[in-house]
Design a protein around this ligand. Structure first.
Ligand code: AMP
Ligand code: ZN
Length: 472
């Protein structure tokens, strides 16, 4: 730290870690500024979100994510988001004059006006975090190349984050946003189970440590969010579809099935596991739905640690076809019944796999459920009832707030900070990874199996603000 450009520490001293984070793996362009405070202070959160903004590409015309449309959206929006994020970096207290290694100047108005004297001096982030993979390659590159440019310009370390690791660590970040644990370690502590249910993923993982995640179950076909959207497109009446603001039809499906909200919902768990494997036949007898991965009563697939949803999508399609062709009607009540039972079967399928995993790992006390589908109240009800009635009532179910468990840049910043504090940073030469397993037992070696990791050397790579206490 240079004495002439940074104010002397005052009374209350802390150590900080400040990151600018970028997420662009799919159709969301997101940028965050996240600040982790130093020594624990009772009653005070360990982490503060200084800025977060996300722009989702307009996919309406395609009824789903369109990779090129999403790329164009990143190209148009990411740099502007970074420019806005920089206005939210902490102000440098005593107007140090550049050049100063810890300070950068920003202009508070968009578009630079050289005649305007009101440039702000703000603290440079201590590290730049960015999603490296998995995801759509060009989309990842839009964020990664921008992050590399910032890391070079600011002379700061780069940290290429595994997107799914960031999802898995989200509940720890939520804890850090609420408090600073006395012990210094965030909750849930390892090990814990994570069920990630989103538009692109259906994953059940066992997290034993920061980089030690075992994938217990994944989908053999489509992701649950994708299946929910397909089912919604079959079942929802045109007026509901047309009034949807985006292509995420899950909330509309839930709202349509349960117009009276959570109070109007009823869920009776079948008395036995065997009874769960019965087909459901509609009230008018016109259609039926089979439980997922339970085609045979011999039990051949019922205990598979895997997810599958295409069978359900096909059955729903068949049911609507049946109703329209032979009954020439698809009344609101029929649609509602189909929507409810399709969701019930999909969610019981999820619950049964969590239950199977818990039976094999009795030491687990926490299950984290995240991803867009986790906001569904019927899913939450089914998971609670299922685990409670099948011997796992003592297990804590955690549902992070929705804005933190869908794709966002805050979780990328947090995962980057956790990795950095563990001593990791990335080479500037890292390339984006379209596929990148989370599981260290997989062929590619998981998170640390990727090339380009570098052990952080405190002396040369660590920003000055990590070595020196600074005042706010
Ligand atoms: P994500 O990929 O995490 O951003 O989540 C998006 C997916 O979650 C989309 O497929 C949505 O349809 C689905 N989703 C969001 N809210 C709900 C809900 N309340 N019920 C069911 N699915 C939902
Ligand atoms: Zn995601």
């Amino acid at each position: 730290m240079r004495e002439d450009c940074w104010p002397r520490p005052r009374a209350r001293l802390r150590r900080h870690l400040l990151t600018l984070a970028i997420e662009s793996s799919c159709d969301d362009s997101a940028v965050a500024v996240l600040e982790k405070h130093g020594p624990p202070q009772p009653g005070r959160p360990a982490v503060r979100i200084r800025y977060h903004e996300k722009i989702t590409s307009n996919n309406l015309a395609y009824k789903g994510v369109h990779p090129l449309e999403a790329l164009h959206s990143h190209e148009e929006n990411l740099a502007n988001l970074v420019a806005r994020a920089m206005l939210h970096l902490p102000k440098a207290a005593l107007r140090p004059q550049p050049p100063c290694p810890d300070v950068v100047q920003v202009h508070p108005r968009s578009g630079s006006d050289d005649t305007c004297p009101s440039l702000w001096n703000v603290r440079k982030p201590d590290l730049v975090t960015v999603t490296r993979g998995p995801g759509m390659r060009s989309n990842l590159n839009a964020g990664l190349n921008l992050a590399k440019g910032l890391a070079v310009a600011w002379n700061r370390p780069l940290l290429g984050v595994h997107h799914m690791q960031a999802h898995a660590l989200t509940p720890r970040m939520v804890n850090a946003l609420e408090e600073t644990p006395d012990t210094g370690s965030f909750k849930p502590s390892f090990p814990f189970l994570s069920l990630l249910v989103s538009g692109g993923h259906t994953l059940l993982t066992l997290s034993r440590g920061l980089t030690d995640h075992e994938q217990l179950a994944g989908t053999v076909d489509v992701a649950i969010g994708d299946a929910i959207d397909k089912i919604a497109r079959e079942v929802l009446p045109d007026d509901v579809m047309n009034s949807s603001a985006g292509t995420m039809y899950g909330p509309a499906l839930e709202q349509f099935a349960f117009p009276d909200g959570p109070d109007g919902r009823r869920y009776d768990l079948p008395a036995t596991r065997a009874a769960e494997l019965d087909r459901y036949t509609s009230l008018d007898g016109a259609w039926s739905l089979a439980p997922l991965l339970a085609v045979s009563r011999s039990g051949s697939r019922t205990n598979d640690l895997a997810f599958s949803f295409t069978g359900l999508c096909s059955s729903v399609k068949r049911a609507t076809h049946q109703l329209l062709k032979y009954q020439r009607s698809f009344l609101e009540d029929q649609r509602r019944e189909l929507a409810t039972h399709a969701m019930r079967l999909a969610f019981e399928h999820l619950a049964s796999r969590v239950w199977l995993a818990l039976k094999h790992a009795p030491e687990i006390r926490t299950v984290v459920v995240s991803g867009g589908v986790a906001s569904n109240c019927y899913l939450r009800q089914i998971l609670r009832t299922y685990l409670g009635n099948r011997g796992f009532g003592h297990v804590d179910l955690i549902f992070p707030p929705l804005h933190l468990c869908v794709d966002n840049a805050i979780m990328i910043g947090w995962a980057g900070i956790e990795m950095y504090e563990e001593g990791w940073q990335s080479e500037l030469s890292i390339r984006s990874l379209k596929k990148w397993s989370l599981d260290s037992r997989s062929e590619d070696g998981g998170i640390l199996g990727a090339s380009g990791w570098r052990r952080r050397e405190e002396s040369s790579n660590t920003p000055t603000s990590l070595h020196h206490e600074i005042n706010e």
